[in-house]
Design a binder for this molecule. Structure first.
Ligand code: NCD
Length: 312
């Protein structure tokens, strides 16, 4: 693989290989010295035009566990705020030695633009572009589902698993990336939310769309993935009223108690406790939220390794 830009164009075999490689890497964290020499001499740059806590830290942890050098370019206070273009910024970062650029950008399509422009030779990983895609998040979610529901998951896909993604589907790059990846791996994906938070053109997605969370819960899904309302991305459109949203879409203990006993609850973070998910559910045994974070590091190690040629 040359770049990782989205899951829509990610080949099935590439996805399975990254998931399998992540399993090989997942025990590195438990070693006395949690480091492999694999990417010694390789420089990864986190180029973040938007805030992030877990994604940036997770890429940093992944790169360090593979002995890569890490640089971080956070846009606040940089010359991007003085109008420097994406081209100049990326070329500057590459001139400082970047072999792999992990980029988060507020504009949908920014990572594709950079990869296709020929401005830089570095491998590009999309760490979230606007409302478009966030492929490593979907891969870590697939890894979490696979390790929860498949005994020894190597080589297996998610055939037949039923996953409901709940909330602000329209503005969520996490939802988009998950819909394409999970359905390509064989899962049945349902998206649930009020009309104004389901994207236009949802009929063309490989999903079932619903407005009634209670009805979806009664179907007994294997996993519920709760998303926050991305208020920072909703401009000039109808904002759902908080009271109505909580009443209809919050995962409360009462709703969670109607799920089958082995169903899991996921959330990519950051959570708004008391809005899309109650604290009691987020901290309950069926919540795999911290396992998602742990899988995230292994998935990012596997992605870096794959882009660097898959040889140690
Ligand atoms: C998400 C993101 O930034 O797209 N967070 C993440 O990467 N874990 C989701 C969000 O911001 O709600």
């Amino acid at each position: 693989m040359r770049h990782l830009l989205g899951t829509r164009e990610l080949a099935y075999d590439d996805a399975l290989r990254i998931l399998d490689t992540a399993l090989e890497f997942s025990d590195v964290a438990n070693r006395t010295v949690p480091k492999l020499p694999t990417l010694r001499g390789v420089t990864m740059v986190n180029l973040f035009f938007e805030d992030s806590t877990r994604t940036r830290l997770s890429f940093e942890a992944a790169a360090k566990r593979l002995s890569a050098d890490v640089m971080t370019f956070q846009v606040q206070g940089s010359s991007v705020s003085k109008g420097e273009s994406l081209k100049d910024t990326a070329q500057t970062v590459e001139a400082m030695g970047a072999d792999i650029i992990v980029m988060r950008h507020f504009a949908s399509g920014a990572a594709h633009r950079l990869a296709q422009s020929g401005w830089v030779d570095a491998a590009i990983i999309n760490a979230g572009d606007g409302t478009h895609e966030h492929p490593t998040q979907a891969l870590l979610d697939a890894a979490t589902l696979r390790s929860t529901f498949r005994g020894d998951p190597r080589g297996t896909n998610l055939e037949g698993l039923r996953v409901a993604i709940v909330g602000d589907i329209a503005h969520s790059r996490v939802a988009r990336s998950n819909v394409f990846l999970l359905s390509s791996l064989g899962a049945h994906v349902t998206v649930v939310g009020p009309t104004e938070l389901l994207p236009k053109g949802i009929e063309d997605w490989p999903v079932a769309a619903h407005h009634d969370l209670d009805a979806v819960i009664d179907e007994g899904p294997d996993a519920l993935m709760m998303l926050r309302i991305q208020r920072e991305r909703i401009r000039g459109e109808h904002q759902p009223a908080s009271g109505d949203y909580v009443r209809n879409y919050s995962l409360t203990p009462a709703r969670a108690s109607r799920l089958p006993s082995d169903s899991i609850v996921m959330h990519p973070g950051p959570m708004n406790r008391g809005v899309e998910i109650s604290s009691e559910v987020a901290d309950s045994p069926r919540s795999v939220i911290l396992q998602q974070v742990r899988h995230g590091v292994a998935i990012r190690m596997a992605t870096l390794f794959d882009l660097w040629g898959g040889t140690s």
